[in-house]
Design a protein around this ligand. Structure first.
Ligand SMILES: Cc1cc2nc3c(=O)[nH]c(=O)nc-3n(C[C@H](O)[C@H](O)[C@H](O)COP(=O)(O)OP(=O)(O)OC[C@H]3O[C@@H](n4cnc5c(N)ncnc54)[C@H](O)[C@@H]3O)c2cc1C
Length: 239
């Protein structure tokens, strides 16, 4: 896979402890919403080690003139190096890769299930669908501890208001620790919420992204609800 140099344009906090990094997009770079890149840093603390390379789903959509990623800023060597990268600083990317991309038949709905930073591949899909006016029913079930931790929540709420084909069902699992108001669902994504999401959707395909335990749990829940394994597509990662 060829490597290309990108420069950091800017960074922004998109939720508590969660940053988006916006890089310029190399000339001719193309990808499908839901795909990922490897980001390789040359910071001396990681350069030349396995820890210099991390995979990230692309958060931006193909029509945007930049490549954005988002991550929880943990105390790891890579993330400390990433947080030191100055505006204008260079990094290498390799890719795109990955097959967590929306199916072509727009007559079939898509139910997107995201846990925490697992929202990233779906942001690209949803931004692309809005821009393309994709004639496909899309439902996002988005689980976080608190609204404070929910990356891109405001943008998703706005998208729901603007795109009649898109429905957002966000749920919070630790509202007792939150200082923000919340009138939506609480608790984990369960069979009841899944049924609410999929009711009356045409022949949905399910996409799940989040930590491995969540992905495995939701696959079991979907299969127990009678969803064919071929109609469940998953990506596992810790943010
Ligand atoms: C296709 C793909 C797409 C990805 N997209 C994203 C993305 O959009 N955003 C993003 O933040 N990350 C994404 N990741 C994961 C990313 O590559 C890193 O692995 C992740 O961000 C953790 O990096 P770290 O530097 O914090 O931990 P590291 O120091 O790299 O982690 C060391 C070890 O700890 C494990 N670990 C890390 N965090 C946890 C945790 N919370 N609980 C338990 N174990 C943990 C790791 O699996 C690893 O084995 C993606 C991975 C893949 C394969």
């Amino acid at each position: 896979m060829t490597s290309q140099t990108v420069r950091l344009q800017r960074r922004e906090e998109v939720a508590h402890g969660t940053m988006a990094f916006h890089f310029d997009k190399p000339e001719g770079f193309s990808f499908r919403p839901g795909q990922a890149i490897d980001l390789v840093l040359s910071d001396p603390a990681v350069a030349g080690t396995e820890g210099a390379r991390h995979a990230f789903s692309i958060v931006s959509a193909p029509h945007e003139g930049e490549l954005a990623i988002a991550t929880r800023m943990r105390d790891s060597a890579f993330k400390n190096a990433l947080s030191r990268l100055p505006a204008g600083g260079a990094a290498e990317i390799e890719g795109p890769f990955g097959s967590l991309t929306l199916h072509n038949k727009v007559g079939r709905a898509a139910v997107l299930l995201a846990g925490g930073i697992g929202i990233t591949p779906f942001m690209s899909m949803l931004r692309d669908a809005a821009q393309q006016r994709r004639p496909q029913r899309l439902v996002l079930l988005y689980s976080n501890r608190r609204p404070e931790d929910s990356a891109f929540l405001t943008e998703l709420q706005r998208m729901e208001g603007e795109n009649p084909n898109f429905q957002l069902l966000a749920t919070m699992t630790q509202m007792a620790q939150s200082g923000l108001p919340w009138s939506g669902a609480t608790g984990k994504i369960d069979q009841a919420l899944l049924q609410r999401a999929a009711a009356e959707l045409p022949d949905p395909v399910y996409y799940v992204a989040g930590p491995p335990a969540m992905v495995a749990g939701l696959r079991s829940t979907l299969e127990a609800a009678g969803v064919d394994g071929d109609d469940i597509r998953t990506e596992e990662f810790y943010g």
